[in-house]
Design a protein around this ligand. Structure first.
Ligand code: F6R
Length: 616
């Protein structure tokens, strides 16, 4: 979610760190900071930690006043997870003695326990972040090892969770210690020193030969070179990867477009959105909830308000909230909700879903709902956005910055967040037991691997399906239940990126009108995953098949029968129906993107659209 960068060598560190942070800013920009080594006239080395709330440009103005002498430092641009955006919560975090500073990406799941333990031993914490425990753990370990990498290794042994981290220590000038588990780290050696970052784009100007650090590996960067060790401290020879991408491709992580890159990031989005959400007691832990369980228990009606793709996430949520919590739930376009006179009481919960957190209609609907006395809960991808600020509570979708105009990974983050909310409501209302919540939570987490499986195995099938519809004048998306909810999203995605006209219908509605559109060769994209309404969808499809439709079916793996009616089948691993929207959305996103590429469209910036719609 954040970006980290580090440099040690013979050049001015602050310039290199700033350049790297600017490249990484897309990963988060609610605060930024650096720790720079400085040698005083007596020859003693100190660490200067300089942090600012807001974008890297703010930090840059601050660093204008800092001299150019430092040749070693680390930097960070943050996307808040634990703790609101503030100077105190910005990285780098220093230990009590101020001689060790750490930047970190990832989430330390056992940070509360570690913080209590460290506090009991006399450490004083200055932030609300999970990262700060690392600085104090390294401080304690350094008192024993007197060697930074060894201290970092010892600290990491205590940590449960994900980390990509870099640490500096005033007592070991010129050295940066680096560690990684489940959070990317790349390291490179340039003409003027050694570099580390969380993303290749921050290194690419200095070197094209990089080491992608693996989980459990550590590195020691010094001006004269880099050494690598394993979890036991034994030296290792890592593999060097040569990068031949240009900067444009590097920003896209080697993918041809941001949309595909973001689709492929979705397994991570699922994992990140879930990290730390299930307490050991089996209770769901949503720390930005802003509403007490007593307040939640009083909720007797839910409105999900949103626009576009976010609205479609709401359609998925309706099934879950009504199914698990047994609370009536309506989903409404924010632009409609605000001009009606909806029935709102103090026991109404309005859930506002917005990737950008600044959609004008959604914001206006939030304000209206609050005036009418509703509790408002926001689901957004942007920390500190107006939707987050104006809601009583918020869940952040942890999708990271979404660059392609068409939402993909933020949609998956929204569904996962809404699923958590539905589970929480079910738990609070006593409709779901702790055991059921645990089981659902585990299965929800499994969707990360299932999405990965689809990405790895179904690209060719999607490509074939895209070829089959790319020249059609129009296409229909159909499904029932969850399948209907995501059919709407499939049609929107196809329309907006490929300009191919598409409509979505609940499959049972076809015979009431839309079936008149079908003539030989007309593409019908059907969500036919195994669900309680599977047979019904298949019957509806047979009606389309009888009229010559070209059928593209999204089916559950192992369903061979579907081949009798479908011209193309894209397979999805078997999942609980409640989670099928998460997995089945992925091929629909890929299909839209492939059709758009085949039709020569600008996939990332479709005509007439904007990423944030701040006008009514
Ligand atoms: C479609 C898309 C839009 C947005 C809509 C709401 O791919 O991205 O339909 O979903 O404009 O935007 P947010 O979620 O930022 O409120």
């Amino acid at each position: 979610m954040c970006g980290i960068v580090g440099y040690t060598g013979t050049d001015t560190a602050k310039d290199i760190l700033l350049a790297g942070l600017k490249r990484l800013e897309y990963r988060g920009y609610d605060s930024a900071g650096v720790a720079l080594e400085r040698t005083d006239p007596a020859g003693e080395t100190h660490l200067d930690v300089i942090r600012r709330v807001g974008k890297v440009a703010g930090l840059e103005s601050e660093l204008d006043h800092v001299d150019d002498e430092s040749t070693c430092g680390i930097g960070h641009t943050r996307w808040a997870t634990h703790g609101r955006p503030s100077v105190a919560n910005a990285h780098p975090h220093a230990c009590c003695g101020g001689n060790i500073a750490v930047v970190h990406n990832g989430i330390i799941e056992n940070f509360a326990e570690l913080r209590d333990e460290l506090t009991a031993r006399g450490h004083v914490f200055g932030s609300e972040t999970d990262t700060e425990v690392l600085a104090h753990l390294v401080e304690e370990a350094y008192a024993q090892t007197h060697e930074l990498v060894a201290a970092v290794r010892k600290a990491c042994e205590r940590v449960v969770g994900a980390y990509g981290l870099a640490a500096v220590c005033a007592d070991e000038p010129g050295v940066i210690a680096v560690a990684r588990k489940d959070s990317p780290i790349v390291i490179g050696r340039g003409e003027h020193g050694s570099y580390v970052a969380s993303d290749i784009i921050a290194l690419i100007d200095a070197t094209r030969d990089v080491v992608v650090l693996e989980d459990g590996q550590f590195a020691r960067l010094a001006p004269e070179g880099i050494t690598y060790t394993d979890a036991q401290g034994a030296p290792i020879e890592p593999e060097i990867t040569h990068i031949d991408w240009d900067i444009d491709m590097a920003e896209k992580g080697g993918y041809p477009d941001f949309m595909l890159k973001e689709i492929c990031e979705q397994p991570r989005v699922v994992r990140d959105t879930l990290v730390g959400r299930l307490a050991p007691s089996g209770e769901l832990d949503i720390d930005e909830l802003g509403l007490t369980f007593e307040e939640l228990d009083l909720i007797d009606r839910v409105y999900v308000i949103a626009c576009g793709t976010s609205y479609h996430a709401g359609l998925v949520a309706k099934n879950l909230i009504e199914g698990w919590a047994r609370i009536p739930c309506e989903v409404e376009a924010a632009s409609e909700f605000r001009y009606r006179n909806p029935i709102i009481t103090p026991s109404t919960l309005v859930v506002a879903v917005s990737q950008s957190g600044e959609t004008a209609d959604t914001l206006a609907a939030i304000r209206d709902a609050r005036i009418k006395g509703a509790k408002v809960f926001g689901i957004t991808n942007v920390v500190g956005s107006p939707v987050a600020r104006e809601s009583d509570g918020v869940i952040y979708t942890k999708a990271n910055k979404e660059i392609a105009v068409a939402s993909t990974k933020s949609f998956i983050g929204q569904i996962v967040s809404l699923t958590l909310l539905a589970m929480l409501l079910g738990q609070v209302k006593g409709k779901l037991t702790t055991g059921q919540v645990r089981m659902l939570f585990r299965e929800l987490g499994d969707t990360a691997a299932q999405i990965q499986y689809i990405l790895d195995s179904q690209r060719e099938a999607v490509h074939e399906a895209a070829l089959a519809c790319k020249d059609a004048p129009s296409a229909l998306f159909v499904g029932r239940g969850m399948g209907a909810a995501i059919s709407y999203e499939g049609a929107l995605k196809l329309k907006e990126v490929s300009y191919l006209h598409a409509e979505a219908y609940a499959a049972g509605e076809m015979k009431h009108g839309p079936i008149a559109l079908i003539d030989p060769g007309f593409p019908v994209i059907a969500v036919t995953t195994k669900s309680p309404v599977y047979d019904k969808v298949v019957s509806n499809l047979k009606e389309c098949e009888a009229r010559g439709a070209k059928i593209i079916a999204l089916a559950t793996e192992g369903d061979e029968d579907i081949k009798q009616i479908a011209d193309h089948v894209i397979y999805i691993p078997a999942v609980r129906d409640a989670f099928s929207a998460i997995t089945a959305s992925v091929p629909l996103q890929l299909l839209a993107r492939d059709v758009a590429v085949m039709r020569g469209c600008d996939v990332d910036q479709p005509r007439n659209l904007a990423k944030s719609v701040t006008v009514e």
